[in-house]
Design a protein around this ligand. Structure first.
Ligand SMILES: Nc1ncnc2c1ncn2[C@@H]1O[C@H](COP(=O)(O)OP(=O)(O)O)[C@@H](O)[C@H]1O
Ligand SMILES: [Mg+2]
Length: 504
């Protein structure tokens, strides 16, 4: 069935969730709906499936305008939706759930319904037992059940809202095969996601939403960079090296030495200017983590000097470094960075300097609300931090950083996050760099090191290269150094011809 959305508008209070959206989805295709969290994807899909009424605009099926008042209405028109946050399933058997939508006008006995169920399940290679209870199914299996149910109800337009969240890789493969089968049967499939990889691998066409607006459409072969630009806007050019423009020294290390029971890192000298990003590369445990913590006063140094913004902080504690506008974000977000059990408002209250004896809850809540929307954290001030996804926890940590910072030390800032969250987080970090903040970060992701660093230092069992201009490095060269190849054998010998970083 051909679907057409014409000039769709929807606002929630002051939020413009959908603005003048026009989109046509031909039968037999898989249409991707791509966009950041909050872009308006679910809203648009809920309008098509009868959960919301549009403020303005039209829906056409096979060229005919239709009015869809409710989800029941939508399914009568052949439109079914699998929701992002699946509604609670009552404790019933799979087969009872399957026939639920037809109760009252079941034109057949249960035995025939079971036959239909089995036939459909086989067609899609879903192994679901009609006699088991729904609450014992995994998220992926509930999805499978929901697909069969909607098809049995006669759906010819199927909407999947972020269906790959919370399912296994094997279930994802099955799901994608099912979506391709649906399209090949002439159904219109809408696939909503914020994951580029999934969309690129599956969709015959992609529409990108940003802040409620349909900003562009693309067809294969997809150019990831172009999709990213559409999702986030051209203004965010995360790869750009943009020191703040002022020649101000933020960090100056002279002959810094630090050691633990296994490793000795010796005589590191380095000057970092405001806005600069220094990537620390190496196999886990090669000295880069030790060095990073030393630069923030978390590990005692055994020689040399650390100057932050011209002040000698050698041998001082992290508290003192913090007082001089240095901050550290650990890799273990929940263990070291956030406090499980506390909600976002409580975190903002903790992060702010206490001004007086009484806690100003209202102020904390407002601050949390403002920062949550500024950093696009998917959650509310009342959400506990452990209820957020990894990407949202990392956004929350960034949102918690004080406005005035000279130096930020990061451990694996985007480990475990998807590419969109990674880009988002680096866009926020680079913005802070433009305002004058410098960054040291440890990462085991070579691409991340090369893409976001101005200069790179490579660690190998305690040895350190001088800072190398990232622009002169390749993944290959970096990989070799990390693996211990290409290091100078004689003292004074250069690591590579490109080690002459400024101020090194
Ligand atoms: N029921 C609602 N009430 C108020 N605001 C909403 C509601 N649903 C969505 N929004 C707001 O509309 C915007 C778009 O949300 P949504 O369509 O869920 O985005 P996406 O699915 O792309 O993440 C967001 O700012 C969101 O907070
Ligand atoms: Mg959504």
């Amino acid at each position: 069935m051909n679907v057409e959305l014409k000039d769709i508008y929807k606002t929630f209070g002051a939020v413009r969730a959908n603005v003048a959206i026009n989109l046509t989805i031909p039968a037999g295709t898989i249409q991707g709906i791509l966009g950041e969290n909050g872009a308006g994807k679910s809203t648009l899909m809920k309008i098509l499936s009868g959960f919301f009424r549009a403020d303005k605009g039209q829906i056409l099926l096979e060229g005919q305008p239709v009015i869809i008042q409710s989800p029941a209405d939508a399914i009568k028109h052949g439109i079914g939706m699998l929701h992002q946050d699946p509604l609670d399933f009552p404790p019933m058997r799979v087969i009872d759930d399957f026939i639920l939508g037809r109760k009252g006008n079941l034109p057949m006995g249960q035995a025939e319904a079971v036959q239909d169920f089995k036939k459909l399940a086989e067609q899609f290679s879903f192994s679901l037992d009609p006699e088991t209870y729904v609450d014992s199914l995994t998220v992926g299996e509930r999805q499978q059940l929901e697909i069969l149910r909607l098809i049995w109800l006669g759906a010819r337009v199927l909407i999947f809202d972020e269906p790959t969240t919370g399912i296994s890789a094997a279930q994802k493969e099955k799901l994608f095969a099912a979506l391709r089968l649906l399209a090949s049967q002439g159904k219109a499939v809408l696939f909503v996601s914020h994951k580029l990889e999934d969309v690129e691998g599956l969709c015959s066409s992609v529409a990108v939403l940003r802040q409620g607006v349909l900003v562009g459409e693309a067809k294969p072969p997809y150019v990831t960079k172009q999709l990213v630009e559409m999702m986030f806007g051209k203004a965010i050019s995360v790869g750009a090296r943009n020191p703040c423009g002022v020649e101000k020294e933020i960090v100056s290390l002279s002959k810094l030495s630090v050691e633990d029971y296994r490793l000795k890192v010796r005589d590191v000298s380095l000057t970092v200017h405001c806005g600069e990003v220094i990537g620390l590369a190496g196999m886990e445990g090669s000295g880069q983590g030790l060095f990073l913590r030393a630069v923030g006063g978390m590990t005692r140094t055994v020689g040399g000097k650390i100057l932050i913004d011209g002040r000698d902080l050698t041998g001082r504690s992290y508290q003192t470094f913090k007082a001089h506008d240095v901050a550290f974000l650990p890799a273990a977000r929940l263990e070291e960075g956030l406090v499980p059990g506390l909600n976002l408002t409580e975190h903002f209250i903790l992060a702010e300097e206490p001004k007086g004896f009484f806690i100003n809850w209202e102020k904390g809540r407002l601050l949390a609300q403002r920062r949550i929307s500024e950093f696009n954290v998917r959650g509310t001030p009342a959400n506990t931090v452990e209820s957020l996804s990894g990407g949202n926890q990392q956004r929350a940590l960034l949102a918690l950083l004080r406005e005035q910072l000279d130096l930020l030390l990061l451990e694996h800032p985007t480990r475990g996050l998807d590419i969109e969250s990674t880009i988002y987080i680096w866009s926020k970090l680079k913005l802070r760099c433009k305002q004058g903040m410098s960054i040291f970060f440890v990462s085991s992701d070579l691409e991340e090191i090369l893409q976001y660093s101005d200069r790179v230092m490579v660690f190998f069992s305690g040895k350190v290269t001088p800072p190398i201009e990232a622009a002169t490095l390749t993944t290959e060269k970096l990989g070799e150094l990390i693996g211990g190849k290409g290091w100078p054998t004689k003292p004074g010998e250069q690591v590579s011809e490109s080690t002459s970083g400024k101020g090194a």
